[in-house]
Write a protein that binds this ligand. Structure first.
Ligand SMILES: C[S@@+](CC[C@H](N)C(=O)[O-])C[C@H]1O[C@@H](n2cnc3c(N)ncnc32)[C@H](O)[C@@H]1O
Length: 329
């Protein structure tokens, strides 16, 4: 597993040093793009000319198998049309005409080091929302956090680390940071950190920027909007940005769940991995759950999406509420 690099891995204090300003959202993109250049090496042309494939069906199949192996996302034949549509832009950008050539390119050094990221960006589904599946945040504040910090008779734990695993464009980790910040106001001395990871650099770039259309912020309760959102000074832009005192609680890192080992040093108290494993086959789901358990401390919680389950998996977790699991103490 590659170690997190560049500004994506920094906390917000580091980000402020990269000359980002809250004043004009529009001015921030170039600085961010410059900072992210290490990840996005775009190879724009291919020297070899187009090669006609003898069997487009086989090419599709092997490309789908390749993608599933790289990022775990199930690629059944039913996804054929979707895959071709999503990759069209990439093929055009590279001047490639067939999926066979595209797959071969992905196997070259330039493909592995540059194009693979774009390919993964194209095939991942990043749908998310602030306060998505809100009962999870109620459970976190009312049950999980008190139980975690009161665990161990008299030894109150003051610092909690929560991992948004598959954080997409940031709505989930920032929701967590707001909920944890509200909780901190009721418990003097309590502190927290949110680790947010995703495989998609495009999603991480947006998450790190923390700028959203105002409509996207609609699910955030008014009281929290007033505390944790900054409005764009230019009212025609209709944008909001997460306030720095919330951004600085969230550290972003690129991480592929298919890696054997995750470069995460903290013991994690709570993992939110919601609406991610639904895209994986069952053996991949089970392997991932076991990898999570290596990082989850005793008594730690795992939250899955409402249509996901670990039922009948060989994983050291017990169900404590629908789609919420816990590692035994
Ligand atoms: C539908 S979004 C879910 C976002 C958020 N957790 C939620 O529930 O709103 C799924 C996310 O999982 C990420 N993902 C898919 N495969 C992954 C992998 N192999 N490693 C890490 N993240 C992955 C995608 O990039 C995407 O951002």
């Amino acid at each position: 597993m590659k170690k997190a690099e560049g500004p994506i891995a920094e906390t917000a204090r580091g980000r402020e040093r990269t000359a980002l300003s809250d004043r004009k959202h529009g001015e921030e993109r170039p600085a961010l793009r410059k900072g992210l250049r290490f990840m996005i090496t775009v190879e724009t042309s291919l020297k070899s000319g187009p090669v006609t494939s003898s069997s487009p069906g086989d090419d599709q199949r092997s490309l789908r198998a390749f993608i599933q192996k790289e990022c775990g996302i199930k690629m059944p034949p039913a996804k054929r049309v979707m895959l071709e549509a999503r990759l069209q832009k990439r093929l055009r950008a590279l001047g490639i005409t067939t999926l066979k050539d595209y797959r071969e390119y992905l196997l070259t050094d330039a493909g592995r080091n540059g194009e693979l990221i774009h390919c993964i960006d194209a095939v991942t589904t990043n749908k998310t929302d602030f306060f998505r599946e809100p009962s999870h945040f109620d459970y976190l504040a009312a049950q999980a956090l008190p139980s975690l910090i009161d665990a161990g008779a008299g030894r109150e734990r003051k610092r909690i680390t929560v991992w948004s695993a598959g954080c997409s464009t940031g709505e989930e980790p920032y929701t967590l940071a707001m909920v944890l910040s509200e909780f901190a106001e009721t418990r003097p001395g309590f502190d927290f950190k949110v680790l947010a990871t995703d495989i998609s650099t495009r999603a991480l770039e947006k998450a790190w920027l923390a700028v959203y259309d105002r409509e996207r912020a609609a699910p955030i309760p008014e009281k929290l909007k007033a505390k944790y959102l900054l409005r764009s000074k230019d009212s025609s832009k209709n944008l909001v940005r997460i306030a720095p005192w919330i951004r600085e609680k969230v550290a972003f890192q690129r991480l592929n769940f298919m890696e054997d080992r995750f470069s995460i040093r903290d013991k994690i108290d709570v993992i939110f991995c919601r609406n991610v494993i639904i895209y994986f086959d069952r053996p991949t789901q089970e392997q991932l759950m076991n990898k999570f358990c290596r990082h989850l401390g005793p008594g730690g919680y795992l939250f899955l999406g409402h249509s996901e389950t670990i039922h009948n998996m060989d994983v050291p977790l017990v169900a404590t509420a629908p789609t919420i699991y816990r590692r035994p103490q």
